[in-house]
Design a protein around this ligand. Structure first.
Ligand SMILES: NC(=O)c1ccc[n+]([C@@H]2O[C@H](COP(=O)([O-])OP(=O)(O)OC[C@H]3O[C@@H](n4cnc5c(N)ncnc54)[C@H](O)[C@@H]3O)[C@@H](O)[C@H]2O)c1
Length: 253
């Protein structure tokens, strides 16, 4: 039975990915800063023999170390890692504070790098496997008020390439998932903030966002989890160093 380690598995795309791997019979270790939501996911999924949660912050390498070690100790091996945890903040070059820039870089870049530094040696020990990085459609396009976010997701897009070259000889494939707007707490929080600032409702923002997509609605976390799972599994055996859009055609415009 294969084992995957997933960061940010408490909500959104990470939680949908945890469920997908469990359904496919994998063992899953996940880590998240949000313990309350993690406990809810654990109860909902109710597969203690297949699933463990370790609380922690991806910005802290010791936390990641502990979570990966506990996963390997529990399930005996590690075949795949999904570096998913990430945050979004609205800003431009002209108004981003040093603190917010640091928060974006620490969470989205260092968090991912910490995760990979701790997980990949175990995947090598298992004889090879897969790395899936949750980047963004912002690897392909620029978006307004997304300076810090775009900067960090661009970095993740790039390391997907360099890592695929370095880790290929070790039988590890590395790919990035690049999603368009997905209905998760990350975007809900963003729209909630806009709505408060502009004295309108969060539904107004969702209506506008949904209208950007040909089918009339943004993505669902489960739709991204399908791609995450595909890239982690043997079904994607000839895929490495790639950036896979799950964006409802947004980037095609
Ligand atoms: N929702 C979208 O539209 C969208 C689009 C493209 C890419 N993404 C990316 O997908 C990933 C998941 O986002 P989501 O939309 O599911 O958001 P989300 O907020 O629902 O989930 C993110 C999870 O990561 C956790 N997390 C955040 N910071 C952490 C930290 N420092 N340590 C440990 N856990 C931490 C959160 O608690 C949460 O459970 C992110 O990397 C995001 O950038 C999201």
């Amino acid at each position: 039975m294969k084992t995957v380690f997933i960061t940010g598995g408490s909500t959104g795309i990470g939680a949908a990915s945890v469920k997908k791997f469990i359904q496919q019979g994998w063992n899953v270790g996940f880590m998240d800063i949000n313990e309350e939501a993690a406990r809810e996911r654990m109860e909902e999924i109710n597969r203690p023999e297949q699933l463990i949660f370790v609380p922690g912050d991806t910005r802290n390498r010791a936390d990641i170390h502990r979570a990966v070690e506990e996963t390997v100790k529990r399930f005996g091996r590690l075949d795949s890692v999904v570096a998913n945890a990430g945050i979004h903040r609205c800003n431009t070059l002209l108004d981003i504070s040093d603190e917010e820039l640091d928060l974006m870089i620490q969470t989205n870049i260092y968090g991912t790098v910490n995760t990979l530094r701790e997980a990949v040696p175990h995947i090598i020990r298992a004889g090879g496997g897969t790395v899936v990085i949750n980047a963004s459609d912002q690897w392909f396009v620029g978006k307004a008020h997304s300076f810090g976010y775009g900067l960090t997701k661009g970095a993740l897009g790039q390391i997907t390439r360099s890592l695929s070259i370095d880790l290929g000889p070790k039988n590890i494939r590395v790919n990035a998932v690049c999603a368009g707007t997905i209905h998760t707490p990350l975007v809900d929080n963003l729209f909630e903030k806009f709505a408060q600032e502009n004295h309108c409702s969060i539904d107004d923002y969702w209506r506008e966002e949904n209208a950007l997509y040909a089918r009339g609605s943004a993505g669902r976390p489960e739709e991204v989890a399908e791609m995450v799972y595909f890239l982690a599994s043997d079904a994607s055996s000839f895929c490495t160093g790639g950036h896979y859009l799950v964006d409802g055609g947004l980037v095609a415009h």
